[in-house]
Design a protein around this ligand. Sequence first.
Ligand code: NAD
Length: 485
Amino acid sequence: MDELMVLDNFIAGTMVPCKRLLDSYNPSTGKVWAKVPDSGKLEIEAAVSAAKRAYPNWSSMSAQRRANYLLKVADLLESRLEEFAVAESQDQGKPVWLARTMDMPRAVLNLRHFAHTIPHQLNTSSVQPEAGVFNYTIREPVGVAGLISPWNLPLYLLTFKLGPALMCGNTVVAKPSEMTSVTAYMFCKILQDVDFPAGVVNMVFGLGPSAGEALVTHPDVPLVSFTGSTVTGRHIAQATAPMFKKLSLEMGGKNAAVVFSDCDLESCINSLKRGSFINQGQVCLCTSRIFVQRSLYEEFLEKFVAVTKELRVGNPSDESVFMGALNSKPHLEKVRCYVKYAIEDGGTIVCGETIDSCVLSEENKNGYFMRPTIITGLSDDSRCMQEEIFGPVTCVVPFDTEEEVITRANNTSFGLCASVWTSNLGLAHRMAHKLKVGTVWTNCWVIRDIDMPFGGVKGSGIGREGTVDSMEFYTEVKTICTKIS
Ligand code: NAD
């Protein structure tokens, strides 16, 4: 049997073992492969206090010097990209090729991009000759930032917070998901290897209600950036509201695709196949409601089902699989439950649901696999059309008119993103303006520019992340007005 990886917390630049440990499973085998600290208040207290001690030096350092540190980390991470991609796959369940081509390059970019851009964004100035004054603004870091991240894109989303938080001069205590802590731990070793200043980044592993809660409610943590489910986000908003913390919440989605009959069908189907099932459907931006104009509905469904049936599911290290394993057994059970709800609510399972166990190797037979699943025949108020499933399940329904589909697409408590498929540019823009979401893709899906604001409305989030938005969030702006005559 392979040796278990035992993770330590990373506090004040040192690996600190924790006596209490949690099991972390490899989703593709169903076996424990790592032990993760089960930290609580004491560990968070030590980490916050290390971050406070490191704050005066780090926050007063020039942005250029901070950038040099981040660039060193990015270079070393890039040089170990394959090792990180394999570990992310073993920890999370995604195919290695996906971690190699998406997660890890993006983690490197998250550090490099903010290192290059934030030094140019921080300060502005103006002169008012008639008043004889010179104004300028400075952006100051907020303090010790508490960063909470989920399991679906572990290092990708953690570095999307770390990059800007650090570049703006904050010190950090991060609590990655207890389900996927391994690459964050490996990242701490890189910080040690580049002599990153001690205490600037502290990583405390453990469960949400203990370690996470202690971090977000800590009185010396004035800023919390959270990515995760709407239920947890709501709880954090309630718990932190009396403390007036700066809060960013990136939460769940129930994203619609609206397919008009004049679209480029082949390109639309290829994108929606990826958009519904990539990363086992566990991307907050995945499409889970597909509205198809009635005249195209039958043809769309037939072709969409055909390409979906061809998707290979299996061992994540097999380069030819499209989908690996779902992240955990309880999550697989939850997703399968939604398929049962769909049947109870009158839906038809057109393809998918389970995986024929004989296509899995002996090694993977206890892994958390399921086939990409397409459901039809559901009403808009059914559970699968309203609640976030966060798995490889998408619902396809017909619509008739533009006005009707706008109302129906907006009819959920979420508002993260949507996509619109049509060759009519005017229609695409009308739809984009009327959909109540943070991002609309027209004739494409998840082409991301890190400069562009990212986030949701309604139950999908508060705040935006991206070059300027992250810089604004991780700083406080101060105006200084000086009389010059
Ligand atoms: P989750 O809410 O269960 O957990 C997210 C993180 O919060 C974990 O680190 C967890 O330990 C921590 N946590 C849990 N309870 C806490 C508490 N009381 N106090 C502080 N921290 C606590 O979410 P998940 O299952 O890990 O992730 C999946 C969810 O994340 C989905 O809803 C998905 O849509 C969402 N997500 C959103 C985005 C986005 O950008 N909008 C991106 C990725 C994932």
